[in-house]
Design a protein. Structure first.
Length: 575
C-alpha cells in the first residue's frame, strides 16, 4: 500500500461507513390526505428508513418552489414548501432522525433559482436595481442550448435583455462571479447548518462558474454545446473554497453532483489542498445504455457498465471516496434499464450486489429497495417532467408516435417519480386522497408490505447487503479488483483487506451461464455468505449443476473452481 493510500484509509471520516437513502418527498408518503407526499408522511416512515440499515437521508429540495422542475427551481431558500409542511415540521423530522441515528443532508441548488425568487423579480426590474447583477443578462444570446428546455436564453421584456438558463426557462442561472451572490450562498449554508442539518448534496455544482464572455459552443453538439464553457469554469475552485470554509466550521459533509464529470476533474474537487467536496456523484456508469441522456437510448452494454465502475473504483482508491448509486430522481428505474422486468426479483437483487459492495458510500433512492420499475403512460400529456416534454418535441420528430413514446418510456425521469408503493390497497397506500401523479399499476405485486413478508424479497436482500457491508472491514475499506472485464455476462469483483477477501459475482444474463473462477482463487476455500437465490431454488437446479459444476456451487467451505449461475444470480463469497 502506498503512503498516500494508507493515509486515506486512516482517515475514516464518518460518512465513509454510511449508506444514504434519498427521499423525493412529493412521492414518498402523504401524511395529510391531499395526495401530495409531505414531511408528516416522512416522519411516520422514519422507522422504516432506519430498518433498511441506512445511516442518513438526503432530501431532494423541499423548499418553496413553483415546481417547474419539481423543487429544483427554488423561490425561497430558507423555508419549506407549504405542500410538504413547514419549518417546525421539518425540525421535528430532523430531531427524530437524529434520535434514530440518521444524518440528514439537504439539497443545495445554487446554480440557479426560480424566476419567482425575489432576487430575480428585482433583477429583472433594471440595471440599477441592487439585484441587477445577481443573474446573467445579455443583450444578445449566444448559441447554447439549455439542458431541460430549448435554447439557454430567454428574453425578458421588463428588463429588455436575455437571461441565461442552463436548465428550464423558469430556472435563471445565478451570477456566481458576483461576490454578493456567494455571500447569499454562505448565508443559506449557515441557515440550515445552524438548524442542525449534517451536510449538503450540491446540485450541478461543477456548472456554477462560467467562462468570461460566454463564447459560442460547438454548433454540432445538441443540448450540451456550451458545456466546455460552464463545466469546471475558471473560478470554480475559488468559489468552492469559500463554501468549504463555512462547512468546515460545522464539520459537515459535502457531496457534489458532477454531471459529465471526468475522473481527472473530480479529483480536483476531492483531493489535495483545494479539496472542496467529500464525494462526487459521477455519471459514467449511468450511460451503459444511452449517450449522456437516457433519451439517446442504445442497447445495454455490461462491458461499458463495468468499465465505468472499475475506472472510478481504481482512480479514487486511496485518494478519494466514491458515492455509489444506481438510481435517483433523474434516472428511470434501474431494473427496467440494466436488469429485466421479467426476472424482476432476480435482477433487482443482483443489481444491489453489483454496486453496494464497491468501495464508497452507497445511496439508495426511494422505491429502489423494493424494485420499482418504469411506468408506461399512453400519451405524452400524462408525463409531468419538463424534460419528458422537451425530449418528446426536440428530436426524432420524423419517427412514428409509437417509437417516440417508446423512447419516453425508456428515458423519462417521471418513472422514478411515481408514488412510493407501500401496500396493495388503493393508491398503493401512498395517500388516502387522489395522488398527484399516477401510481404504477404494478403496486399490487411490488410493494413494501408484500416484501416485508417475503424473506427472499428485494427489500430483504437490500437489508442483508447493507448489514453485511457494515460489519465487514474488507467491504468497507478493502481494495477493489475486477476480474474478466471483457466478459459480457458476468461482473466479478474482489474486495481485499488484511487477509480477508470477498469475491462478488453478478450474472447479468437472463439465462444460465458458466462462471469461471479467477486463477488467483483456484483451489482456495471460500464460504458463500450471500446469494439471491434460496437454497431450494438452487437445489432445483442441481441436475444441471451436478453435471457441470465445479465446487463453487456447493455451500460452505468449498474449493473455488467454476460453476453455473442461474439467470441474474448474484453470490458473495468470503475467503
Ligand atoms: C440536477 C437535478 C435535476 C435538476 C437539475 C437542475 O441534475 O438532480 O433534477 O433538473 O439539476 O437543477
Ligand atoms: Ca400531503
Amino acid at each position: 500500500m502506498s503512503e498516500e493510500q494508507s493515509r486515506a484509509q486512516a482517515s475514516r471520516d464518518w460518512y465513509k461507513k454510511m449508506a444514504f437513502y434519498q427521499i423525493w418527498v412529493r412521492s414518498f408518503m402523504d401524511g395529510n390526505g391531499d395526495g401530495i407526499g409531505d414531511l408528516y408522511g416522512v416522519y411516520d416512515k422514519l422507522d422504516y428508513i432506519k430498518s433498511l440499515g441506512v445511516d442518513g437521508i438526503w432530501f431532494s429540495p423541499i423548499y418553496p418552489s413553483p415546481n417547474a422542475d419539481f423543487g429544483y427551481d427554488i423561490s425561497d431558500y430558507r423555508n419549506i414548501h407549504p405542500d410538504y409542511g413547514d419549518l417546525a415540521q421539518f425540525q421535528k423530522v430532523l430531531h427524530r432522525a437524529h434520535e434514530l441515528g440518521l444524518k440528514v443532508i439537504m439539497d443545495l441548488v445554487v446554480n440557479h433559482t426560480s424566476d419567482e425568487h425575489f432576487w430575480f423579480q428585482e433583477s429583472r426590474k433594471g440595471k440599477d436595481n441592487p439585484y441587477s447583477d445577481y443573474y446573467i443578462w445579455r443583450d444578445k444570446p449566444n448559441n447554447w442550448d439549455s439542458i431541460l428546455e430549448g435554447k439557454a436564453w430567454e428574453y425578458d421584456a421588463q428588463r429588455g435583455q436575455y437571461y441565461l438558463h442552463l436548465f428550464a426557462k423558469k430556472q435563471p442561472d445565478l451570477n456566481m462571479d458576483n461576490p454578493r451572490v456567494r455571500e447569499e450562498v454562505k448565508g443559506i449554508l449557515r441557515f440550515w447548518l445552524d438548524m442542525g442539518v449534517d451536510g449538503f448534496r450540491e446540485d450541478v455544482i461543477n456548472f456554477i462558474s462560467k467562462k468570461e464572455g460566454l463564447p459560442d459552443g460547438l454548433p454540432f453538439l445538441p443540448v450540451i454545446n456550451g458545456l466546455p464553457y460552464y463545466k469546471d469554469g475558471p473560478h470554480i475552485h475559488e468559489y468552492m473554497a469559500e463554501f468549504r470554509s463555512v462547512c468546515k466550521e460545522y464539520n459537515c459533509f459535502q457531496l457534489g453532483e458532477g454531471p459529465l464529470t471526468t475522473v481527472r476533474s473530480a479529483l480536483r474537487y476531492l483531493t489535495g489542498p483545494e479539496k472542496s467536496l467529500d464525494m462526487m456523484f459521477s455519471f459514467d456508469h449511468m450511460m451503459a445504455d444511452c449517450i449522456y441522456t437516457e433519451y439517446l437510448h442504445r442497447p445495454f452494454s455490461l462491458v461499458k457498465l463495468k468499465k465505468a465502475f472499475t475506472k472510478w473504483q481504481n482512480a479514487l482508491n486511496g485518494k478519494a471516496w466514491n458515492a455509489l448509486y444506481l438510481e435517483n430522481h433523474d434516472h428511470p428505474r434501474v431494473i427496467s434499464r440494466y436488469g429485466s422486468e421479467r426476472y424482476w426479483r432476480e435482477s433487482g437483487t443482483m443489481l444491489a450486489a453489483s454496486y453496494l459492495f464497491q468501495q464508497g458510500t452507497p445511496f439508495l433512492y426511494q422505491g429502489q429497495e423494493i424494485g420499482m420499475t418504469n411506468i408506461r403512460l399512453h400519451s405524452i400529456d400524462q408525463y409531468m417532467d419538463v424534460s419528458s416534454h422537451t425530449n418528446f418535441h426536440r428530436y426524432h420528430l420524423k419517427e412514428s408516435l409509437e417509437k417516440r413514446m417508446e423512447r419516453i418510456h425508456h428515458s423519462s425521469r417521471d418513472s422514478s417519480r411515481t408514488p412510493m408503493q407501500w401496500d396493495d390497497t388503493e393508491h398503493a397506500g401512498f395517500t388516502t386522497g387522489e395522488p398527484w401523479f399516477v401510481v404504477n399499476p404494478n403496486y399490487t405485486r411490488i410493494n413494501v408490505a408484500a416484501e416485508e413478508r417475503d424473506p427472499e424479497s428485494i427489500l430483504q436482500f437490500y437489508r442483508k447487503c447493507l448489514a453485511l457491508r457494515k460489519k465487514s472491514k474488507a467491504l468497507l475499506w478493502g481494495s477493489y479488483r475486477e476480474f474478466f472485464p471483457e466478459d459480457r455476462s458476468v461482473y466479478m469483483y474482489e474486495r481485499a483487506y488484511e487477509g480477508v477477501w470477498y469475491l462478488i459475482i453478478c450474472s447479468f444474463a437472463p439465462f444460465t451461464v458458466r462462471v469461471r473462477v479467477p486463477r488467483e482463487y483456484a483451489g482456495r476455500r471460500g464460504k458463500l455468505v450471500l446469494c439471491n437465490y434460496s437454497k431450494e431454488e438452487r437445489e432445483k437446479q442441481r441436475g444441471i449443476r451436478r453435471v457441470f459444476a465445479g465446487t463453487l456451487d456447493s455451500g460452505d467451505n468449498t474449493k473455488a473452481e467454476h460453476g453455473w449461475f442461474l439467470p441474474y444470480e448474484a453470490r458473495v463469497y468470503r475467503f
